[in-house]
Design a protein around this ligand. Structure first.
Ligand code: SF4
Ligand code: FES
Length: 258
């Protein structure tokens, strides 16, 4: 690999949390490693080198290495990031402190289970098309306007990395909070004309403090989302929409504002 003035001789310091919750002898502790920086080094490269050279048992997750699978989220100097997209050259003092993402169950070291959380969220917001129409697979799909398709695909770009959840103060305080990822999912089905759910239906799912009214608008989700999804705009839109649904006790109705 060619050497450059940028990386020549620079030693990086990695402080990495290590803990195995399934081992009663294990206690959370930080371990420091020093590694020479290479050209274009990402955290994926660095962590693999640390595993090869110093710590064969170090646990962390990667699949695609391209910011697509959403499996490599971790805290880097206090900020949740996709490790495969994080370049060490962006840390001028060469010190990187790595911790697992909060709000998710820890497997070991930097590895957490986001899938279980996402599964719960998907069930909570009923993350599938609700339609009474019979689907005839022999016929062409129903046409929709290109701009409506674009708006749906835009919100479908979420990779379920969990970074918005780990950036969120409400999620830290309320384990039942559905998170920006869940509210984005609701907005995705709201915009999709294949889904026949009404504002009242979405209110039944997320019209409370563990849903749309739990967001404190601290913007951490949108600041850190690696896919640059318009999370706050969508949450604000859905909140306005659902705030106009009135719970009458015997049923829900849309409040008409004068
Ligand atoms: S909304 Fe963004 S940060 Fe949250 S899970 Fe999806 S891609 Fe990740
Ligand atoms: S390894 Fe797939 S997003 Fe990082």
């Amino acid at each position: 690999m060619p050497d450059t003035a940028q990386n020549k001789g620079r030693m990086l310091t990695f402080e990495i949390l290590q803990y195995n919750p399934s081992d009663p002898q294990s206690k959370p502790h930080m371990v420091t490693y020093h590694l020479e920086e290479t050209l274009g080094m990402t955290l994926f490269v660095a962590l693999n080198m640390i595993r090869e050279k110093f710590e064969p048992d170090l646990a962390f997750d990667f699949v695609c290495r391209a910011g697509i699978c959403g499996s490599c989220g971790m805290m880097v100097n206090g900020k949740p990031l996709l490790a495969c997209r994080t370049l060490t050259k962006n840390y001028p003092d060469g010190v990187l402190r790595l911790m697992p993402m909060p709000s998710f169950k820890l497997i070991k070291d930097l590895s957490v289970v986001t899938g279980q959380w996402m599964d719960g969220m998907s069930k909570r917001v009923e993350s599938w098309i609700h339609s009474k129409e019979e689907v005839d697979l022999t016929k062409l799909e129903k046409r929709i306007e290109p701009e409506v398709a674009d708006a749906t695909f835009e919100l479908d770009r979420c990779i379920e990395c969990g970074i918005c959840v780990s950036s969120c103060a409400t999620a830290l305080m309320r384990p039942d909070f559905v998170g920006a990822v869940g509210l984005n999912r609701v907005a995705r089905f709201d915009v999709d004309p294949h889904d026949e759910r009404t504002a009242e239906d979405f209110y039944e799912l997320v019209g409370d403090d563990s849903g749309i009214f739990g967001c404190m608008t601290l913007l951490g989700c949108e600041d850190n989302c690696p896919k640059n999804l318009p999370l706050q705009e969508k949450i604000a839109y859905m909140r306005r929409k659902l705030a106009n649904v009135k719970d009458t006790g015997g049923g829900l109705e849309i409040r008409v504002e004068g």
